[in-house]
Write a protein that binds this ligand. Structure first.
Ligand code: KMH
Ligand code: ZN
Length: 309
């Protein structure tokens, strides 16, 4: 039997800004198209953030999510995964508003407070499309991406216990896996856990093969057979490190949220292009790409009918 590998695609996020790539989707129709195209290319989970359609600024406004959620839900069978991370400059209540409203099958859950430095991206550009872009990047020098134990427990209880979502546990470093293991021991999270090893964010583990292997061996030791893992490498290592993730028995996340460029260091023209690239690699390694209903089975999701579009 071929192994089924899950591709998550994160199409816009809150790290990169419109000046950095003309291909970054910003409006509702652009985010919908990017998501539907990614699903058609083979992504079975779509990880979603919104942006203000006028300015492209990261947004947690429920109305902005309404600009693409119904379209994606109608055009595709993919699992919708709503970010609860938003951006590090938003309050927890702001970050949770979209997922509280939509009640999706999956949400992200960031497993610890950390520095989330994107200020170095500022040096690469002299001119900006919008004033908010350099200001937002700069602000990450003095802001903490806050995910306290209390914040994590609020998300587990409001979106998990009450609304039936399951989680993409975002682990940026070893300690985040320890925190997840603590909640597993306490019975606050249950198998099958879906752990995203997030590499390459400044403030977390860098995107090296050694770090990925260390994260995996830590998770194997602490979570045993209670988990599946996926790999996300921010920046230019996206495809190579995702490939290593597949070789190590895991799943992958790609998309313009995490990397704007191809392995050849050109601008990627779409998230679907990145999905297509990793799908080719997955199949070349002898595996199959999991379809949305297979993912629902593998991750014990509640199904697409209960979500509010
Ligand atoms: N942008 C990723 C590095 C979230 O949305 O909750 C992390 C992320 C967080 O996707
Ligand atoms: Zn995200």
């Amino acid at each position: 039997m071929k192994r089924k590998v899950i591709i998550t695609c994160a199409v816009t996020g809150s790290i990169y800004t419109p000046t950095m790539s003309p291909y970054l989707p910003v409006t509702g129709p652009e985010i919908a198209k990017a998501s539907i195209d990614a699903a058609e290319a083979g992504a079975s989970i779509i990880h979603l953030h919104a942006r203000d359609p006028e300015t492209g600024k990261p947004s947690a406004n429920v109305e902005h999510f309404h600009g693409f959620i119904p379209q994606i839900h109608q055009a595709s069978d993919a699992v919708l995964n709503i970010s609860t991370g938003g951006s590090s400059l938003m309050s927890l209540d702001e970050r949770l508003a979209p997922a509280r409203h939509i009640k999706p099958e999956m949400c992200s859950l960031n497993m610890g407070s950390m520095n989330f430095g994107i200020f170095t991206l500022k040096d690469r550009f002299d001119e900006w499309k919008h004033e908010w872009e350099p200001a937002l990047l700069d602000a990450t020098r003095k802001t903490i991406f806050k995910n306290t134990y209390e914040d994590i427990e609020t998300i587990l209880s409001d979106l998990g216990d009450n609304d039936g979502a399951r989680f993409e546990f975002e682990c940026y470093d070893m300690g985040h896996i320890e925190t997840l293991a603590y909640y597993l021991r306490k019975g606050l999270v249950k198998a099958p856990l879906y752990v995203q090893f997030v590499l390459g964010v400044m403030g977390g583990a860098g995107s090296s093969p050694e770090n990925l292997m260390a994260m995996k061996s830590t998770a194997d030791r602490l979570l045993g057979d209670n988990y599946h893992f996926s790999v996300l490498a921010a920046g230019s290592n996206q495809i190579p490190i995702a490939t290593l993730g597949v070789i190590l028995g895991g799943n992958v996340r790609v998309g313009l949220e995490d990397s704007l460029i191809t392995p050849e260091k050109n601008l990627a023209t779409s998230s679907a292009e990145q999905v297509d690239r990793i799908k080719t690699i997955i199949e070349a390694l002898g595996h199959e790409v999991a379809k949305p209903d297979e993912v629902r089975d593998i991750l014990s999701l509640k199904g697409r009918d209960g979500i509010r579009t």
